[in-house]
Design a protein around this ligand. Structure first.
Ligand code: PMP
Length: 299
């Protein structure tokens, strides 16, 4: 999509016309909160877990001290319909939904934030698209310093350090430990291990983002009678597991090969959750959860 339309500051504008002052609080200090939301094109467009994304964004707005509430689901859907039509989108896409301060101010700004919603063409993952990962020397930000549960731009600089370090060491992704040395998460995704048929993931008090995909994955495994443990994971346990995958709205389910392992073939439970997740995001299964919001353009 070349110079496509986005919704910014209450208007539909071309992406290149959506500007903000270089000295705005958001440009200078990374002061923004956002969500990355997936839309899957089948017979209709399906937004995955929209209510949960709106809820988390509202929570982030509140925690970061922005004096506004997230727009309603109905307002959001009206904007998305219009963006699909204006941009003639006919494939899977993702949405960046960001609240920011577009006025010149300091990091302590109490100016009223505005928001943009921008579509980005992004196809769903394929199971053979595995990534390599390495344990990072960079630790995950502590909840005592910068709350990792707030999805704010500045928190991603922690992920940036770890990601650059991973790439310099020949891996696609970093896996970060927290301040206490327990496994936390990847730079933009949560992490799951499998050991002896048990699914294990760091608990919410391991300085992770309260990931919507993580919640989906846990629910799918439990409903299919797998054992799931949310708890602290040591480095030794991490290195000895049978399977690893990361998950997130963008990463979906991404199988992981550790750089210290020589061979790789996708693990049984990773393949299972990959397939089930595909069914969930396209409303072919797990519909009792009301995870998908269908968009019909004619209405
Ligand atoms: N952890 C971090 C640091 C992330 O940036 C993301 C992506 N939002 C995730 C986990 C996964 O969260 P979600 O499943 O809600 O997209």
């Amino acid at each position: 999509m070349k110079n496509y339309f986005i919704y910014y500051d209450n208007k539909y504008v071309r992406q290149t016309d959506a500007t903000l002052p270089v000295l705005s609080a958001s440009t200078q200090f990374g002061l923004n909160v956002f969500e990355g939301i997936r839309v899957y094109k089948e017979d209709f467009y399906y937004i995955f877990r929209l209510e949960d994304h709106l809820k988390r964004l509202n929570n982030s707005l509140n925690l970061i001290g922005f004096n506004t509430k997230v727009i309603s689901k109905q307002e959001f859907l009206n904007i998305i319909r219009e963006l699909i039509i204006l941009n003639n989108i006919k494939s899977d896409f993702s949405l960046r939904f960001t609240y920011l301060i577009n006025e010149i101010d300091s990091w302590s700004s109490h100016k009223l934030p505005t928001f943009f919603i921008a579509p980005l063409i992004r196809k769903r993952n394929s199971a053979d698209n595995y990534k390599t990962a390495i344990l990072s020397k960079t630790r995950r930000i502590s909840k005592l310093a910068m709350n990792p549960r707030i999805k704010c731009g500045a928190n991603y600089i922690n992920g940036r350090y770890a990601l650059l370090d991973a790439r310099n060491n020949g891996a696609d992704l970093p896996i970060l430990k927290n301040q206490d040395g327990f496994i936390s998460e990847s730079s933009g995704a949560c992490v799951f291990l499998v050991k002896n048929g048990v699914v294990i993931t760091p608990s919410l008090d391991c300085d992770i983002l309260e990931s919507i995909t993580r919640d989906t994955v846990i629910k799918i495994f439990l409903e299919n009678n797998y054992k799931v443990e949310e708890r602290f994971i040591s480095e030794a346990e991490f290195n000895e597991c049978d399977e690893i995958f990361v998950c997130g709205s963008a990463a979906e389910i991404t199988p992981i090969k550790l750089t210290n392992k020589t061979d790789f073939c996708i693990g049984e439970l990773t393949k299972f959750i990959f397939d089930e997740y595909q069914l969930a995001i396209t409303a072919k299964s797990y519909n009792n959860h009301l995870w998908t919001t269908k968009i019909e353009l004619s209405k």
